[in-house]
Design a protein around this ligand. Sequence first.
Ligand SMILES: Nc1ncnc2c1ncn2[C@@H]1O[C@H](COP(=O)(O)OP(=O)(O)OP(=O)(O)O)[C@@H](O)[C@H]1O
Length: 953
Amino acid sequence: MPTTQLLFDGAVTGLVIGLLAMGIVLVHRSSRVINFAVANMGLVGSVLFALLVVRYHVPYWAALVVALAAGTAFGAIVDLAVVRRLFNAPRVIVLVATIGVAQLALTIVAAYPDLDDHTTEQYPVPWTGTWSPLDDLEINSAQLSILIAVPATALALSWFLGRTVLGKTVKASADNPELARLQGISPKIVSTAVWAIAGLVATLCLILISAQNKSLTQITTLGPTTLLRALAAAVIARMVSFRIALAAGIGLGLLQAFVQFNWLDQPGLSDLVVLVVVLVAVFTVSRGRDTETSSFSFAPKVKPVPERLRQVWWVRHIARSGLLLLGVVAIVLPLLVTQPSRHLLYTVILAYAICAASVTILTGWAGQLSLGQMAFAGLGALTAASLNRGLRLEVGDTVYAFRGLTFPAAVLVASLFTAALAALVGAGALRVRGLLLAVSTFAFAVACEQYLYRRDVFHDEGTSSASFPRSTVLGIDVSTQRAYYYLVLAVLVVVLIVVARLRRTGVGRTTIGVRDNPATAAAYTVAAARVKLRTFALAGGIAGLGGALLAGAVQSVPYADKYFLSPDSLTLVAIVVIGGLGSVSGSVLGALWVIGLPAFMPDNELVPLLTSSLGLLILLLYFPGGLVQIGYSARDALLGWADKRLGAEPAPKTATSAPRGLTRTTRPAPPADQPVLATTDVRVRFGGKTAVDGVSLEVRPNEIIGLIGTNGAGKSTLMNAIGGFVTATGTVELLGRDISKAAPAARARLGLGRTFQAATLFPELTVRETVQIALEARGRTSLLSTALHLPHTFTRERAKRADADDLVDFLGLGRYADAFVGDLSTGTRRIVELAGLLALDARVLCLDEPTAGVAQRETEAFGPLIQEIRRELGASMLVIEHDMPLIMGISDRVYCLETGRVIASGQPDDVRNDPKVIASYLGTDERAIERSGSAPADRSDTALPSAEATATA
Ligand SMILES: Nc1ncnc2c1ncn2[C@@H]1O[C@H](COP(=O)(O)OP(=O)(O)OP(=O)(O)O)[C@@H](O)[C@H]1O
């Protein structure tokens, strides 16, 4: 093919991709969500269009108007029925909802009258014939319509955004959501308009693409690859620039044409190239942004069973009894039903449940939305089949032949392999969260499906499928479908038991902790990177295991057919959201619902609709906790009844003495004549601004050092530099060691404790769990030994629970032990933070405004409390505080900062009277210095105030 023609074809296809990308950018600018339905939304109108013209012989232009109107209406309905209702939901949830919308569009299209009688006809085009403006260039009618329609639409869009009030509001609302309100236009109307336009644009794009592809039967299979290219172009445009989106679309079209032309023998290579493009774009966009504000703490909060109810035997077993019942059905059913095809189906459901458990961990616990989890399952399946067959690797002239592994060994090694691979992918994804991670993992899934699965190493010689025959496992014959079913059931049970145990122990707690608040987790010695890698590996391994077992069920994995495709990864997310994100039984319920129900009722067309697409949307909108939430509501009602029967609750325990074993540090006492913490010439810059400008300070053994200064003086930034949370120059020494280069969690492990101004802690964890995370500092939970249920892990876990309870009681928090931190008042959260500090085994504690957000009356109790903690731990403290009487009352020495520099230091009284401090910070108003009617907190040995009184919720 001549080069001109090749490039022209690529550019024309790219134009449509670019227009789709503009649709994604448009929606993102107004709703801050990545619209995964962008391609499928167009199907509703584009298929209707074909139907009208081909089947009902409606004239082309009339049908076009109807189809575009239908697409626009579909977009508006999506907004009114779905997006608007999720107006305040985390953006990642809206993203999941768009997946539901995409599936819904497919279902609607499937319900249209079919076009089976017309398969020989072509998708309608406005003109026929070809044009040859140059010798080596031919333009067909579909291309001509693209050349006219796309620039016209792009111009119309930019006119709308630049010239109309509504358009200007849309454009500005991404940067300033309040602007829409100021202009007198409700943000909801803006959103509906945007989604309607997105529906229109998507419909036009799909009509243009379908006309180019000609075939009527291909319309509904455009899906993932088109979507991925449009997403890639939108990410390159940083989700803001329409022009760049269009240009990137054209660029991707050209790139695809070029790759396909030069490597004809490598089908799918262009998808691999797109994956690389997406990754590069995502990393460029994420660079410099540490965290995305949108969180994924969407998993239903499950109230722990209160301690005293645990004494009642049936309460202890209630959660298990539902699963046990399911288990009995799972054992008996295959005995009653005898067709092997049914046994195969049941096995597939079980395998899906295993794969879904991996999403539970990765997305539900760690908050990492992966839209490519089924790709790990696919790689697990193909790897297991290859290992079973025996590998032949050619490196240069040498051929390495490996003998085939047995079935169980192949499955095991394959899941270890996918675990390692997932850890590798996870290492790359460490800085990428939320929406962009979803795009990257989706690109990974498409690249696997189109390229990796097709590698020869995975297939039987000379064929395009991988056979995976099974014979015996540990001496048991599993060649029949029924026997194999029982094997997979046993594996599922083991997986569920292990996953449930992990959730109950430090592994699950730290994973959720890192999701909710990586900084506090690091201050509690838990390194976010390590936890995320562990989660990726664990989830990847489980997905690989599920995939390999699924391959064993079908015994032959044809590539790019039926299983392990990119839409299956989306289904997997739907399964866990429907079942109940984050809940172990949710994965089973979801798999039964999404995969099981339609298969059990193959003739009912409504069932698949209710189970996946519409089901997903209804659950997101009305039962965000998923199916398990219904079970939990019933359980909570039963617990309430049991609680009443037990009579009045006994008063919570309040310990009178500190739990010595905990508060006494195991670290050797530092030499009395050396500082425990010293900074030398620490500097922090944010862009052109110097927030901390060469600060040197010292904290000596057993000292409380106050850090004061106006708002913005650099106090928190200095503390962040000491903790390693911002990049700084200069040196920080802790207990005589230079820790300037150490990561935050490593500094915490060396004995540096830290609380934060916001006291967010871990909103989705309970008070006890929060303290238990801090106790990780005294003994780490190991993933492997916990998963293997080794006896010592039970002893340690029990000890951790008892220690946490002791600390909680000591601070008078007994009544809140099972309350979620997110539900507590700021004052109570601050006490929980202090409990965390006690658990830490730290030598130096950095407290950032320990009384911020606490009522004045309660503030006064904090002085003695802080001093009590110092006494208990024998620790030194650096305290930022705006409450002058408090800080002057408890501090041994005080430093005052102004614009990043120390302007005064010394005894509290000297600093208080320093003219520079008075001019800069205190002013001369005595009332600011002495709180009216209250003396400075007593520095003598006061008794510990009742935190119960301090921490009224
Ligand atoms: N991540 C950041 N990026 C850019 N500038 C920042 C960042 N963090 C802090 N700053 C700036 O650095 C300066 C010091 O801020 P910092 O929060 O340390 O002050 P502070 O003394 O703790 O104030 P406050 O008492 O209000 O907490 C401020 O001007 C602030 O705007």
